[in-house]
Write a protein that binds this ligand. Structure first.
Ligand SMILES: Cc1ncc(COP(=O)(O)O)c(C=O)c1O
Length: 402
């Protein structure tokens, strides 16, 4: 079978949109907060009912700006989900933070809120979460803990553009929220990132970290930071204006349509998987009112109990031309960047107090990656179902879920 899933989809007029932006004399470098930056920052903030928005060069740099703006200092402890893309937390290593990983729920892969409190010490400053594959984590519980212990909350929403928790978008709960706008995301400029907050000081510090000259002069009002107007904190993290043009075009014309289409198509895929094969649909908690961008499609099975070898299953499907994989991300705590002193950053410690993270391991062992089909790709989905069924029958497992 030929490769059957491509993302991002082709937007036929995209070249014309970019050309028009250039041909009409719009700037390819914007030093202040104007032009396409203003348009996109205001639109995205307004959609999330947030006061301040800041575009940057990547999701990783949005997170770095957030850690910096939240005043993370050497030795401060940050509680972070152990299962996510590594950049949810790696930027904090550059500020000397001590990372305390928290196990995840074995069904959703999201931070297990019942395990957070016992990780809190007098040095804990912040909780960082990811909304795994688009499924929001339990925002109410996290906010309750933050309130009880006076902690800040940073939401990494890079999997979950416009996912909803009890009817409210992810990214509307934390002190700061960050999104990646990189090429695989449902909303993308190829590369890019954005940060939202309601807190003026957090916004101003984030601006000052990665923007100099005219932007601080426009965006920073605090007298305290006036001396930094020209230099900021010395880095340059601006998004390329053409990336912002592309994001804006997608936001206006495609993002919400794609979300609706992906929902319909993946619901169809999940229903058939659940009813007819040994794979189960992704668990969804009652508080999830939308999976939004639904960044990853990860059905699951108790492979060991079913007597199925996950690697053999994936290989068997791949041999027949299907796009299927074992998720490549490991638990973040296993990466050598955290465990090997040879790779410490500057003079900062990078050793973590590792623990077992049994639930994260269970979660990781039972999922498979299938394409996030979005358009009306039902015929291909039907083929997936036929072959997954065939593999199950070959192994004497039909749809007996356990
Ligand atoms: C959860 C999460 N956080 C952060 C990032 C980093 O974003 P970027 O690649 O735009 O730097 C990603 C990228 O995939 C991600 O999935």
């Amino acid at each position: 079978m030929e490769k059957n899933f491509y993302w991002p989809p082709k937007i036929k007029e995209l070249g014309d949109i970019v050309k028009e932006y250039i041909d009409t004399g719009n700037p390819l470098s914007i030093a202040d907060d104007g032009g396409i930056y203003k348009e996109l920052e205001e639109s995205f903030s307004k959609l999330h009912n947030r006061k301040y928005g800041l575009l940057v060069s990547s999701g990783t740099m949005a997170l770095y700006s957030a850690f910096f703006a939240l005043d993370i200092l050497p030795g401060d402890e940050i509680i972070c989900t152990v299962y996510s893309y590594h950049a949810t937390i790696t930027p904090a290593l550059h500020l000397g933070a001590k990372i305390i990983f928290c196990d995840v729920e074995e069904d959703t892969g999201n931070i297990d809120c019942t395990k957070i409190e016992k990780l809190i010490t007098p040095k804990t400053k912040l909780i960082v979460t990811n909304d795994q594959w688009g499924h929001p984590c339990d925002k109410d519980k996290i906010l309750e803990i933050c309130k009880k212990y006076s902690l800040k909350y940073l939401e990494d929403c890079s999997h979950a553009h416009f996912s909803e928790y009890k009817g409210k978008y992810t990214g509307t709960f934390g002190d700061v929220a960050c999104w990646s706008l990189q090429g695989n995301k449902l909303l993308s400029g190829g590369e890019g990132g954005i940060l939202l907050t309601d807190n003026q000081e957090i916004y101003e510090k984030a601006v000052l970290l990665g923007h100099n000259l005219k932007r601080p002069a426009k965006s920073v009002r605090s007298i305290k930071y006036k001396p930094l107007e020209r230099t900021g904190y010395g880095l340059k993290l601006r998004m390329h204006p053409l990336a912002a043009v592309i994001v804006m075009h997608q936001l206006k014309n495609y993002c919400f349509k794609w979300i609706e289409k992906r929902k319909k198509t993946l619901n169809y895929f999940e229903k058939r998987l659940q009813e007819e094969t040994f794979l189960n649909k992704m668990p969804k908690r009652n508080y999830v009112t939308s999976m939004g961008a639904w960044y990853g499609f990860k059905p699951w099975a108790n492979f060991k109990e079913l007597g199925i070898d996950r690697i053999d299953f994936v290989k068997w499907m791949k041999k027949r031309g299907f796009q299927i994989d074992i998720p490549k991300s490991d638990l973040i705590s296993n990466y050598q960047l955290f465990t090997n002193k040879d790779f410490k950053i500057g003079y900062f410690e990078n050793t973590i107090e590792n623990s077992e993270f049994t639930q994260a391991k269970k979660y990781h062992e039972r999922i498979v990656s299938l394409p996030t089909f979005t358009f009306e790709e039902y015929k291909i989905i039907d083929k997936y179902i036929d072959y997954i069924k065939e593999y199950g029958e070959k192994n004497n497992v039909r749809n007996n879920k356990r």
